[in-house]
Write a protein that binds this ligand. Structure first.
Ligand code: AMP
Ligand code: GLY
Length: 434
């Protein structure tokens, strides 16, 4: 089968690699891709913008794509799945109506309330007065969480320690309109406590197949300090997520979500990303996303040894049938190398050295995100530049390999966290000692 992958980050690089390695796949093209994807022997890139659904459809037709796999949320929120559906082309990813689970937090929260899906207590606020009232007093206590309703590139959430910060967050979203229309409505919710886990289930609308859970590192500095980023690293499988917890999440969250969406005429075909907080009272949904996580995909997709393309095709078709994958849940650690200054301002165009040397470390591959080809050299072109991923027989080995490879790559001003995967070691010790 011929596959078109939509997107140009490290997640899409991981998708391209995994699909190109699948014996069911003949050709892979990626739009727009990046310098690393272009270097993959088994793939090509095409300069088509992810936010232009008609151009993507034309590309899929020209390439004879039997399946289109969408990486980022934006095209899904724009309705690329609906457009492909009307044209009779298979696309892996939910329709615009089902993608509301990510593109509108107000929709997602009300949906969870309608279907008794465990999540933080909340109020949807459509004007400033209502939002300021909601963050006042002991309604939710402090800290309180203020979320812009719409897509805000991962920047729309404030965990406010006190009322003044919460009020400022409300004004930023609703009055200053820092996130544009995405902040016209806000969700105010109670702050939950516990470790966060990312869980992924691929669904054909009715049934689903789960992947091993992963853990992300959202803050820029070691020890989860500093501002939020798009993700500075990930590891999986999560030692916090055992078979019993998976069964509970399936029963209490994933099944009612898929059933509820279908009952509301928003059948979900694609990968459902459940951002969970493991609280003392059980798993709670922090957020839904309608795509693979980044950087989680970089560590999870290499675990799928066989069957990925057929499972994604079955989901896109609305009938998984007997499609199955084979997953080897070995420890994987992915360390993001970022440009100095990220998530604030940073410089680009810095030559990157040592990529081949890094890839020579056993069990390692380097997924590109913000890279470009300039005069025959690979240079930085974004905030998050690379995800260096290592597989190991154990977490200590995966961590050692990942940082060995990171140490071989150089570009001016590069920034990495040095503690990616440490939480896996801690969790293993705690469980081992229990
Ligand atoms: P989101 O964009 O919804 O993923 O939120 C970004 C981050 O904010 C999450 O990964 C959590 O760390 C934090 N967060 C969101 N909602 C809550 C909540 N109700 N309680 C505690 N932390 C939260
Ligand atoms: N890892 C967070 C996200 O993909 O949204």
């Amino acid at each position: 089968m011929n596959v078109l992958v939509v997107g140009g980050g490290a997640r899409e690089h991981a998708l391209v690699r995994a699909l190109a390695a699948d014996t069911a796949v003949d050709r892979v093209v990626c739009a727009p891709g990046n310098a690393g994807i272009a270097r993959e022997a088994a793939a090509r890139v095409a300069p088509v913008d992810v936010s232009d659904p008609r151009a993507l459809l034309a590309l899929a037709a020209a390439e004879g794509a039997d399946l289109t796999v969408v990486g980022p949320e934006l095209p899904l929120a724009q309705g690329v799945a609906d457009l492909f559906g009307e044209a009779g082309r298979l696309l892996f990813g939910p329709t615009r109506a089902a993608a509301a689970l990510e593109s509108s937090k107000a929709f997602a929260k009300a949906f969870m309330a309608r279907h008794d899906i465990p999540t933080a207590r909340f109020e949807v606020c459509t004007d400033e007065r209502q939002a300021l009232d909601a963050v006042a007093g002991d309604r939710f206590g402090f800290p309180v969480v203020v979320k812009a309703d719409g897509l805000a590139a991962g920047k729309g959430v404030t965990v406010a320690p006190d009322q003044a910060v919460a009020e400022a967050a409300v004004r930023e979203a609703m009055v200053v309109r820092r996130f544009g229309e995405a902040g016209a409505t806000v969700v105010i919710e109670e702050c939950l406590d516990g470790p966060e886990v990312s869980f992924f289930a691929v669904s054909d609308g009715r049934r689903c197949l789960a992947l091993p859970a992963a853990q992300d590192h959202k803050r820029i500095f070691d020890g989860d300090a500093g501002p939020n980023t798009g993700g500075m690293g990930a590891f999986g499988p999560s030692p916090l997520f055992d078979a019993e917890l998976e069964a509970r999440v399936m029963r209490e969250i994933v099944a009612p979500t898929l059933d509820g969406l279908r009952a509301e005429g928003r059948e979900y075909r694609g990968v459902l990303y459940v951002g969970l907080m493991l609280t003392a009272d059980g798993p709670r949904v922090i957020e839904f996303n309608v795509r693979f996580g980044d950087p989680e995909a970089q560590v999870i997709l290499p675990m799928v040894e066989r069957g990925l393309a057929r499972v994604l095709l079955g989901a896109a078709r609305g009938e998984l049938g007997d499609a199955r994958w084979r997953v080897a849940a070995d420890p994987h650690v992915g360390v993001v190398m970022a440009s100095g200054g990220y998530p604030g301002t940073y410089e680009t165009g810095r030559p990157i050295g040592g990529l081949d040397d890094a890839a020579a470390v056993p069990g390692v591959y380097v997924a590109h995100a913000g890279t470009a080809l300039e005069g025959g050299r690979i240079v930085t072109s974004g905030g998050r530049v690379l995800t260096v991923v290592a597989r190991g027989a154990s977490y200590p080995q995966a961590i050692a390999r990942a940082y060995d490879a990171v140490g071989r790559i150089s570009f001016d001003g590069s920034h990495v966290r040095t503690d990616i995967g440490q939480k896996a070691l801690l969790a293993t010790e705690v469980r081992g000692g229990a």
